[in-house]
Unconditional design. Sequence first.
Length: 91
Amino acid sequence: MDHKLYAEESEKTKKARQKIKEQMRSVDEAFTDGALQKKLAEIKIWIARHAKNRVVIKNKVSLFDQNQNTAKISQAIASIMRKVQKDAFIP
């Protein structure tokens, strides 16, 4: 039983798919160790050049603090919570 599950791709779709594959291949080829090291050096130079504009922060900044400081609940979520609580306690 050899049934086709999908319609055959049009020439336009095949051409677009091939173009995207070629673009992805060229991007992959651009990520060499040498290119990454060059970009790293450029970033370090940029940071050093802009050091005078840096703002000194007195407190430690953490992107993730193991939920020690949770975000405030939005009004939409609070509304959903009230609805769920109300629906859950109906006798």
